[in-house]
Structure formats: structure tokens, C-alpha cells
Design a binder for this molecule. Sequence first.
Ligand code: NAD
Length: 272
Amino acid sequence: MRLLIIGSGAIGTTLAKTIQEMEEFDIFYITDKNEERAKKIAKECSKAKFISPTDESIKAHLKNVDLVVEAASQEAVQRYVPIILGMGVDVLVMSVGAFADDDVRERCFNVAKRKGGRLFVPSGAICGTDGLSSASSDVIHSVELVSTKGPKSFQDNPYLRSKGVDVNKLKEKTVLFEGSARDAVAHFPKNVNVSATISLIGIGLDKTKVKLVCDPSSDCNTHRLEVKGEFGHIVCETDNVPFPSNPATSYLAALSAISAIRRIAGNVWIGI
Ligand SMILES: NC(=O)c1ccc[n+]([C@@H]2O[C@H](COP(=O)([O-])OP(=O)(O)OC[C@H]3O[C@@H](n4cnc5c(N)ncnc54)[C@H](O)[C@@H]3O)[C@@H](O)[C@H]2O)c1
């Protein structure tokens, strides 16, 4: 199989090192708008080939790949995912927060339906998405997410500034936001991926409830997912270790991409 990775930051670098060791892949292409980063990976991994981050270059290489992994940004999703799917190529999207925008989501999902390229979104930084997905086959009564993070994750946030909240001055755990997932992603654009993932699997952005908590004593990103429905009751808590190279990203998110790629490349799927 052949792969193209867009983005060579925390997740892209971890993926490249894993793909290098997977016998299912003979070569993989890597690109980044920060070209030096992608070139560095191409130097370190013998299977990796750097490609230029232009639309033309990416389009030209789509003819040679079985799967594209987007590990870049919401802007990259908007720009490349419709093109990739439109050419009938499968794509795995990490910047799932892009799909909280109704227009972007409809455009990408419709191209996937019409053109046959499949769109995969891994569970990312949260556990419990398997149960939530099963539960959504019958009526779900409620989905609630409580995300607790350190002050760094909430810095320079215009919504908090407008409320007069300075997260650096907090002495104890403080609830910063409580409301719908739609409002959470609008006010906290740097904290959108988990809210978007569970909303898309479950009952949507308007009915999913989100609470964001700042814990001044914590370096972990913790997500508590609670689901009630006809099936019963799920409570699932994930304590995430952040990447040293990018504290906004949880290591589990990269592992979820690796796990998804292994499933896509293989024929035996357990616990899907
Ligand atoms: N689904 C989840 O639960 C989850 C969890 C963590 C991170 N993420 C998302 O995954 C993405 C990657 O995360 P990361 O920690 O590796 O980020 P990162 O900032 O470490 O690396 C991203 C890289 O992508 C490059 N890039 C950005 N836009 C680009 C574009 N349009 N074209 C080419 N390159 C581009 C940047 O230059 C950077 O090198 C982010 O959008 C992040 O929000 C999702």
C-alpha cells in the first residue's frame, strides 16, 4: 500500500516512524507547508519521499496512493479533503473539528457519498466512541462531555478575555464553559476535536452537552464521557499524556490514527 501524510508535526512524525516499520507499506509521501519539517522526516525514514505542499503536487501524487492521512489543520481539511475524495481516494482526517462547520461537513460528506472515496475519523484523544457508536443504533437520551485541561490549553482565548477570565490567575479547578457542543467549538476553537467527534457519532452538535474545566494543577487532558440511552449507561474517563513537542495534542490521538491505519490496511477487524 502507498500512503500520503499531510502534516509532519507531532502526529505526522509519530505516524511516519510507525509506517516506516509496517510491511504493508512500501513507500509513503510526506508534505507540510513547513517544508523543512517534512524534508527532515524524508531524510530519517528510508520509505518516505518529500512532496511539495502545493495543490498541483498533491493532486499529482493522489494517483499513486491508496490512503491519505490529514494530520495538519482544519484549513488543510477544507482545502484538500474534497479534492482527495473527489478523486475516489480514501482519507483519514485528524482535524475533525473542521466538521463542526456545517458547510465544510456537508461538502466533504457529500463528495464521499458521490465519489466513493471513504472518509475515516479515528477516535482521537477520547475513549468510549465505540460504545457511543453502538448506542446510536437506538435512542440516546443524553451525551455529556467534561474536558479538564491545564491553563496552557485555554490561553489567549478571546471568549474568556471578553468574560474577564485570566486562566493564569486561577488557584483551583474552575468551570470555564457549560453549554452545547456547537457553542463550545465556537468559543474554544483550539479545543474542538473531541467535542466534534462525539457529536458526529452521537446526537449532534446542538444536543451534545460540553463542560470545559481549567485545572491549574494539571498537565493532563482529561475527558469524561457520559452517555445515557436505551442501551443503558456509559461513563468513560480518559487521562491523556500530552506530546512534549505539542502539549495541545494528546499522545493517544496519534495512537488512534495508527490503530485506524492498521485496520484499514488489514483484513481482520476486532471491536470496530
Ligand atoms: N481528533 C483528535 O482527537 C485530535 C487530537 C489531537 C490533535 N488533532 C488535530 O490533528 C492535527 C495535527 O495535530 P498535531 O499535534 O500533529 O499538530 P502540529 O501543529 O504538531 O503539526 C501540524 C503540522 O501540519 C502543518 N500544516 C498545517 N496546515 C497545513 C496545510 N494546509 N498544508 C500542509 N501542512 C500544514 C503544520 O505546518 C505543522 O507542521 C491538528 O489539526 C489537531 O487539532 C486531533
